[in-house]
Design a protein around this ligand. Structure first.
Ligand SMILES: [Zn+2]
Length: 348
């Protein structure tokens, strides 16, 4: 008994020490800059490894009313977290009231923490330039004032170069009639906005008056087009909500390290780190690769109420999710092999 107790204590001690070290390591890496972000990462990206946290990068954009900008970046796969705040002014710790008084020089901005392996900085620039009018100085739609200016606050020489190059490309393309007035400046201190501004769109269900015009990354095809791309079995499962026979698929016993992708569109769906042997005969995972990888819908077919799992990008039916999985989530994503592709872990 005594030795068992000691084992438990030692295990708990080791776990605590490892988690503490991971937290300190990730915070020390400079990219993840708050406990809240780390916790969010832990919950939503299901990571508990220093290298996961340290690999994230930061980008900050000002493009008018920050509610709208945050709502948009939160939809982009690879964005780990967003925070709205104030940047680029001449006072410390400004309040919303201060910024609205138009005397402090701060811009409303959103700080984006992203995983560069999933989303590139160029893609974030593309989103940024698609969701506002960069030709109107200190104005976005009905919002007027220097706090609504168009600006990119860069953190590295690489971000600076990328932003300048992208702006030039846009100028050359003639996409905008007027001159692009977006400022590209080094990032000074970012001051987090008041709590009630964070994720405002989730609380109020509204964003600012500007329409979101993010280029749709979704994949949409006709049945005929899907038939051209998919095998008959893939088509039956992905597009007609079929199921492959248990123990028949190529991935139910598969144990390689890497990423499972949507066979229809290539979206990253499940990391092998979350795969477990459920004994059901279908590949089983306890979490998706990211919260944006999949969507869930209620499925009342076959005289049951189940939760269907679909690819968020192309809408392919993947399988179902059940509440009898292992920790840490307690979920079991039961997925058809036929709608998955696999790519081995990249060698570092
Ligand atoms: Zn897909």
């Amino acid at each position: 008994m005594k030795s068992a107790n000691n084992t438990v204590k030692i295990t708990i001690f080791i776990l605590a020490a490892v988690c503490g070290t991971v937290l300190i390591a990730s915070l020390g890496a400079g990219n993840m800059n708050s406990c809240a972000e780390y916790k969010k990462c832990e919950q939503e990206k299901t990571c508990c490894r220093a290298e996961d946290s340290a690999k994230y990068q930061k980008a900050t954009f000002a493009a008018g009313c920050f509610w709208h900008i945050q709502a948009t970046f939160d939809q982009i796969p690879g964005v780990v977290s967003t925070t709205v705040g104030y940047i680029g002014g001449n006072t410390k710790n400004p309040t919303y009231r201060d910024v609205c008084s138009k005397t402090t020089g701060h811009a409303e901005a959103v700080e984006v923490i992203f995983d560069p392996e999933t989303v590139t900085y160029d893609r974030l620039l593309e989103v940024f330039w698609n969701i506002h009018d960069p030709t109107t100085p200190n104005r976005q739609g009905p919002d007027i004032g220097d706090q609504y200016r168009s600006a990119i606050f860069y953190y590295t020489p690489q971000q600076h170069q990328a932003a300048v190059a992208y702006k030039q490309k846009l100028e050359n393309s003639g996409k905008f009639k007027g001159r692009i007035v977006t400022q590209i400046v080094p990032a000074p201190a970012f001051y987090k906005a008041e709590k009630y501004h964070q994720k405002y769109y989730q609380k109020k269900g509204v964003t600012c008056s500007l329409p979101a015009v993010v280029e749709d990354e979704k994949v949409s095809k006709t049945d005929e087009q899907w038939k051209q791309i998919l095998t008959p079995q893939q088509y039956r499962i992905a597009r007609k909500k079929g199921t492959e026979p248990a123990f028949s698929g190529k991935y139910y016993k598969h144990k390689e390290k890497g990423m499972y992708l949507c066979a229809a569109c290539g979206e990253e769906l499940f990391n092998s780190d979350t795969k477990f042997d459920s004994g059901t005969g279908w590949p089983s995972f306890w979490a998706p690769a990211s919260k944006d990888s999949i969507k869930k819908e209620v499925d009342k077919s076959a005289s049951m109420t189940r939760t269907e799992v679909l690819c968020s990008r192309c809408g392919a039916h993947l399988g179902h999710v059940f509440n009898d999985g292992p920790q840490p989530t307690g979920l079991r994503y039961c997925i058809n092999s036929a709608v998955l592709d696999f790519t081995e872990e990249k060698k570092q």
